[in-house]
Design a protein around this ligand. Structure first.
Ligand code: SF4
Length: 234
């Protein structure tokens, strides 16, 4: 039976939310993805940086969350020492994911989640021989689905591109976005070919409602990436 879009979307409504640990903005991202949603946020100028408070908060709330994801307004590989410090404060390390564009960056024992925009990037990632990782494909017209050999890959996610606050990125997205129908069709073929790989589509990655909260560099938790008002001052 053919799968529908709703079969792939993980709404997480009955489970605990995920917590996105937003690494502090200190310098621009070393990558320059044309679809970047973070490029124009400049949250670094809106939120204080209080690392001890941030780490203490992470430690105290970790049990309330299903999954902890290291992310930010630049690539997490730009914050390796802080990630290592944070990992020491987390008890259940298997619930941790590190999201990165940097295929040379690997931390053993957590789920590394590599953001990829071409089949060539994916081939390079596979050649690294990492034991377990998630391949996160930015689905756009230039992604050659036929060249994606998902054998041996633990998880693969296909993300649909979304409008950002950056007009340059939006122009690129308008020209390169593929339709949901085409995305489902291509992913269906991959599911049939690689049944051992856990494959999903993410159409709503920017929508925090019912999915995740954000722990920012000031040590407070926020309900979305857009708000500058924490959900509690405790
Ligand atoms: S790696 Fe992430 S933060 Fe950096 S440019 Fe790409 S999408 Fe933006």
């Amino acid at each position: 039976m053919r799968a529908r879009v709703s079969d792939y979307i993980n709404l997480n409504v009955k489970r605990k939310l995920n917590l996105q640990f937003s690494l502090p903005y200190s310098e621009p991202c070393i990558f320059n993805c044309p679809y970047c949603v973070a490029r124009n946020h400049r949250h670094g100028s809106r939120f204080n940086i209080d690392i001890p408070k941030m780490l203490a908060k992470l430690e105290s709330v970790q049990d309330d969350y299903h999954h902890i994801i290291f992310t930010g307004e630049n690539d997490p590989s730009q914050h390796q020492p802080l990630i290592e410090k944070a990992l020491k404060r987390i008890q259940f390390i298997e619930q941790v994911e590190v999201s990165t564009r940097n295929i040379n960056f690997f931390i053993d024992g957590v789920l590394m989640s590599y953001s990829l925009s071409s089949s060539a990037d994916f081939i390079k990632l596979k050649s690294k021989g990492y034991p377990k990782y998630r391949a996160v494909f930015m689905a756009h017209k230039g992604l050659d689905f036929k060249k994606l050999d998902l054998s041996g890959v633990y998880q693969a996610t296909f993300k649909q591109l979304h409008k950002t606050e950056d007009s340059g990125a939006n122009t690129w997205i308008r020209r390169n976005k593929i339709s949901t129908r085409k995305l489902v069709r291509e992913v269906n073929k991959l599911i049939a070919k690689y049944p051992e790989c856990s494959i999903r589509i993410d159409l709503t990655c920017q929508n925090a409602k019912g999915r995740y909260k954000i722990l920012r560099s000031d040590g407070f938790i926020y309900d979305s990436w857009e708000t500058s008002v924490p959900n509690s001052l405790l």
